[in-house]
Every structure is written in C-alpha cells, then in structure tokens.
Design a binder for this molecule. Structure first.
Ligand SMILES: [Fe+2]
Ligand SMILES: [Fe+2]
Length: 366
C-alpha cells in the first residue's frame, strides 16, 4: 500500500515544484552567536524525541472518529445536512472531516520542514542556521507522526487545500529571508497551533491523538520563540515602507486563512450540497467562535514582532480578534510544554504499574 491508495482524490501531478528565490549564504564567523539563539539551539537538541517510541502506536483508534471528538464540534452539527443523516452517514462525516483536517496538518508540516530548511540556507548568521537546523528535524518528526497516524489509523488522506498551496507558494517564492518565517512559522503554524490546542484539549485523556498533538505542540513553543527573537530584532531595523509590505502580507494571509478553510473538499467528496454547507459553516455561532479562536496565537505574536501598524490593527478589529493582542504568549507556550511533560509522566507511571502487575502475576504463577 502507498499513500496513493489512501487519497480521496489522487493529486495530479503527484509532486509539486515551487521555483524558489533567495541566495544561499555562508558566513566565516563561527564564534559570535547571540546567547538567546544559542540557548534555543541547545534546547532544540536537548528536547529531540523519537515519534516511533514516544507515541504508543499499538493503541486502538476508531477510524470513524480518530480524534475522539464530541459531535457538537463537528462543523455541520445541528445543520439540516447533519439532522437528516443516519448513524452511518454521520460516522462518515466525522471520519472525513477529521481526515481532511489532519491531512492539512500533514501537508502544512511538510511545508514547515521545507521552509525551515530554506531558512538554514538563506539566513545570514550561524546561530540562526544552527537553530533552524534543529527545527528542520522537529518538522520532519511532525510529518512522520501525522503521516503515520493518518495512514495507519485513519486510512484516508485528503490532498492539500488549494488556498494552503497559494499561501505556501507566496511564502517560498519570496527572496527575502524573513518571509518563510513570517508566512510559515508565524501565520500558518500559528493558526495550526491554535487548532492543535482545541483538538488536544477535546481528545480523550489516553488517546493517541492527544499524545500526538501535545508532543508536536511542545516543539512549536521553541519555533515560536525563534520567530519572536529573530524577527523582532530584524523588523525594528527595517524602514516603515519595508515593514508596511510585511503588514500587508499579514493582513491578506489572515483573511485568506479565516475565510478559505471551510472543508469544502469534504462536502464535495461526500456528495453534500457544497454551497449550503459552506453557508452553514460561515454562519454557525460555534464555527464563528472557532475561527476567531484560531487567531489566538497569531495576534499576540504579530504585535510582539512589531508588525502593529494601522492596517494590521484595523484588520484584526474587523475580524473581532484585536483583543487577543493582550494574551500572554509566554504563559500559553509554557502551558503547552507542561502538558506534554505531564503526559510523559502519566505514561511512565502506567508503564511501571504494568510491570508491577506482570511481576505479581509471574510470582503467583511460580
Ligand atoms: Fe511543525
Ligand atoms: Fe513548527
């Protein structure tokens, strides 16, 4: 079996070449790193993990509800389409929507890996190259973990969403070294991080999805820290016009991400009325709330790195997410790291209890 057999619709062509711009840069200064970046690099090395052993892949996963989500969080819950569906049709709606969402995570993570590798190539200083090299490895692990989950447990993969493709393309085609970082890490991964958080918190305590999401989020805390350190320094030194270009990019990308990720491919694949479903998603109070929550990580970071001109503020006000600028991003990231560590601890305890039980059984038998 290959992934080809699991696609709802096999992508044609089966690979994607993006012309990319930007010079590969070398430096001959090996000894002049910024302490904050070097300590982040060190942390990146210390916190490497293996997706094959840290996640308990033997666990059963219900392929019809792989994340174990309550129905109230299905985008079509309560709609005429949902109400008229019988149990097996609803199961299909659950499976397909989660497969679509995790497929976008998977393709997005591949984008993150390619962007991190590009940063290694184009960023001028060695400390940032070092750090981005550890991030490239982190993103490889995310691709590996999401891919295994989707292929082995869900057995259904959706092609990349065309708006995600457009966003990635804009990010990669640009020759300015900060753009892969701004587009990929701050915006696309910022949005994904908020979505991961919702699913992680809704997934049942011992589920594979919860483990997977918590461990990925633990790495993302470092990625966000890198963006804040390196972009903040860099943006403060740009001219107003140069900053203005970045702000325009942020505004366009945010509207695109808010309005264009509704899961239309799912409605189409299931033979539902695409227009009616999209309208439902656009007007359902829960979905409106969910969509604005998706900006909870992006808004405080955009402010923090100094892209906080009128245009950006007006757009965030219009989207109803301006107040999120006050969120404490350090506290959110710290909580993400703590959750992953707490899961590790719980698993270590379970494992040692299982050994104890085995020993007692063995003693009883002999
Ligand atoms: Fe990632
Ligand atoms: Fe990342």
């Amino acid at each position: 079996m290959t992934t080809r057999d699991k696609y709802t619709d096999v992508p044609e062509p089966y690979s994607w070449e993006v012309p990319s711009a930007g010079d590969a840069r070398f430096t001959w200064e090996y000894d002049d790193g910024r302490a904050r970046l070097l300590s982040l690099y060190q942390k990146g090395k210390d916190k490497q993990w293996d997706a094959q052993s840290r996640i308990d892949w033997g666990q059963d996963v219900d392929p019809m509800n792989p994340v174990g989500l309550p129905d109230e969080f299905h985008p079509l819950f309560g709609s005429p389409m949902w109400e008229s569906a019988d149990d097996s049709r609803r199961a299909e709606m659950r499976k397909h929507f989660q497969a679509w969402q995790f497929s976008q995570f998977l393709h997005g993570e591949q984008g993150a890996m390619v962007c991190a590798a590009k940063i290694v190539e184009v960023v001028p200083d060695l400390d940032a190259k070092f750090y981005a090299a550890t991030q490239t490895m982190d993103e490889a692990r995310h691709v590996e973990a999401f891919s295994r989950f989707l292929q082995d447990k869900v057995e259904l993969v959706y092609p990349i969403n065309k708006n995600l493709t457009a966003l990635l393309e804009d990010t990669l085609r640009d020759s300015r070294w900060d753009m892969p970082y701004l587009g990929m890490q701050v915006l696309i991964e910022g949005l994904a991080l908020a979505a991961f958080g919702v699913l992680r918190d809704l997934a049942p305590p011992d589920s594979m999805a919860k483990q997977l999401l918590a461990y990925v989020m633990q790495d993302e805390a470092r990625h966000v820290a890198f963006g804040r350190i390196s972009l903040k320094d860099y943006y403060s030194a740009l001219t107003e016009a140069e900053r203005g270009e970045r702000e325009e990019f942020v505004v366009d990308a945010c509207y695109l991400m808010r309005d264009r990720f509704r899961g239309e491919e799912v409605f189409e694949t299931l033979g539902l009325d695409v227009k009616a479903c999209a309208e439902w998603v656009d007007t359902s109070p829960l979905m409106i709330q969910f969509r604005s929550h998706l900006f909870s990580r992006i808004v405080p970071i955009v402010k923090d790195i100094g892209l906080w001109g009128d245009k950006v503020q007006r757009a965030f006000t219009d989207m109803g997410v301006h107040d999120m600028a006050g969120f404490d991003i350090d506290a959110l990231m710290k909580a993400d790291e703590d959750q992953a560590e707490a899961l590790d601890k719980a698993h270590a305890e379970m494992a040692s209890r299982a050994i104890e039980v085995d020993e007692v059984i063995a003693a009883g038998a002999s």
